[in-house]
Design a binder for this molecule. Structure first.
Ligand code: NAI
Length: 383
């Protein structure tokens, strides 16, 4: 182990037998200490921590891959900062570490994967693999995943389809924390929607968003950095917009009634359709870490070759991306990006420089601690 002094405090950096260090560079971001960690080191640290918490190595590796997918694309709200929460839930029994997966093939293009409350990232990945196999054979697939825990950034799963030159769509439930349009208290989750379309290059459209103005993880990220949030993100317990991330009572849907309609659609597709708790009956992420979450997710895969000429389709997606990039930017914008492009640029940057990680997260990852009993607040809006 070596310790490196930075800005008046010490940061411990572990070294392997080969003298390599996981922390590559120390920086600062408005008073919050950050460091750059290589994607492989970050993956290794996350995998090790989740394994220490009780998750089988194969499953821990998939979770690490999904989290690093988010971090390397700059979506830190769904990256390494979630590890301690997962570790606490695993350690307390709220994620089944020995799940008996039950597959039901319910039609030519349909299947349901019951994940037995195993870790969501792993189950959602398996289910997408199956959806891709079905769509390769039959043109389309609709695969439900039920009884899982949180699955992270859902864009990861549509990327699986994109890598096989298919269109991927994935939606999942999230715990109730968003006010329905015109309401005061939360009913729906931040219910994300991801859509991916492949091109004839390595680039792809990966549209991946929460149906709330911001994901809850963005509030957590603001808390971790002690930053104010814009007043359009959330309301306090009186239903009044707040800029204090610690006073958030409920989030706001995107585009008023339209976002509210989209989050309802997600809840029906990934909850009601799969016979799971829905609406404000969906379990909370933070209320009881020893209970299974019973969440649902739905993947749709469309094989373009069943609808049109595949090469032409892929060329037209490339054309779409180029057309958009060549559009005249509005004042204040440098250019028009296609969805996922900025994250791809971040991935290229972080691949070179290492991924920027808040030092407290890094220190937790390199420590022997499984968790600090930090998240089990019996409060849906925990830290
Ligand atoms: P975001 O607001 O950062 O981005 C949403 C989409 O808009 C992305 O596809 C992005 O590429 C695109 N975009 C953003 N700025 C753009 C620009 N200037 N030009 C073109 N496109 C642009 O994402 P958000 O809503 O904060 O979600 C973050 C992550 O949280 C996602 O990965 C989502 O899957 C995840 N999430 C997961 C949940 C779960 O329960 N598993 C719940 C909610 C969110």
């Amino acid at each position: 182990m070596t310790a490196q002094r930075t800005y008046g405090r010490w940061l411990v950096i572990p070294q392997g037998g080969d003298g390599s260090s996981a922390g590559l560079f120390i920086g600062t971001d408005r008073g919050v200490f950050t460091l750059k960690v290589s994607p492989d080191d970050l993956k290794r640290l996350i995998e090790a921590k989740l394994h220490l918490a009780g998750l089988a190595k194969e499953q821990a590796a998939v979770v690490a891959d999904v989290l690093v997918f988010a971090d390397i694309r700059g979506v830190h709200s769904h990256g390494a900062m979630r590890v301690e929460y997962y570790a606490e839930r695993i350690a307390k029994g709220g994620i089944n570490v020995n799940p008996q997966i039950d597959w039901q093939v319910t039609g030519a293009c349909t299947a349901i994967c019951d994940g037995d409350n195993g870790v969501g990232h792993y189950m959602a990945k398996l289910a997408m693999d199956e959806a891709i196999n079905i769509a390769a054979k039959n043109g389309v697939a609709v695969v439900g995943v039920r009884n899982i825990s949180h699955s992270g950034a859902v864009g990861y799963f549509v990327k699986q389809a994109v890598e096989r030159k298919m269109i991927g769509i994935s939606v999942c439930q999230s715990d109730p924390m968003v006010v329905p349009y015109g309401g005061t208290d939360p009913y729906y989750g931040t219910n994300p929607i991801a859509f991916g379309a492949p091109s004839n290059t390595d680039e792809a459209i990966i549209f991946d968003m929460a149906t709330s103005v911001q994901a809850w993880g963005k509030i957590l990220h603001a808390r971790s950095k002690h930053e104010a949030i814009p007043p359009t993100w959330a309301v306090d317990d009186q239903g009044v917009p707040t800029t204090d991330p610690f006073k958030v009572h409920a989030l706001l849907p995107i585009a008023d009634a339209k976002g509210y309609g989209l989050m309802m659609m997600v809840d029906i597709l990934s909850g009601v359709l799969l016979g799971l708790p829905f609406g404000n009956k969906v379990s909370s992420m933070y209320a009881d870490l020893s209970a299974y979450r019973r969440l649902g997710q739905l993947h749709v895969v469309i094989n373009p070759s069943f609808f049109t000429d595949l090469d032409q389709f892929l060329a037209n997606i490339t054309q779409t991306m180029r057309d958009l990039n060549n559009m005249r930017p509005a004042p204040g914008f440098d250019m028009v990006y296609y969805p996922g492009q900025r994250e791809e640029l971040k991935r290229a940057e972080y691949t070179q420089t290492g991924i920027e990680i808040v030092d407290s997260i890094f220190e937790y990852l390199v420590s022997d601690v499984i968790h600090h009993n930090f998240y089990d607040h019996k409060d849906p809006f925990a830290e």
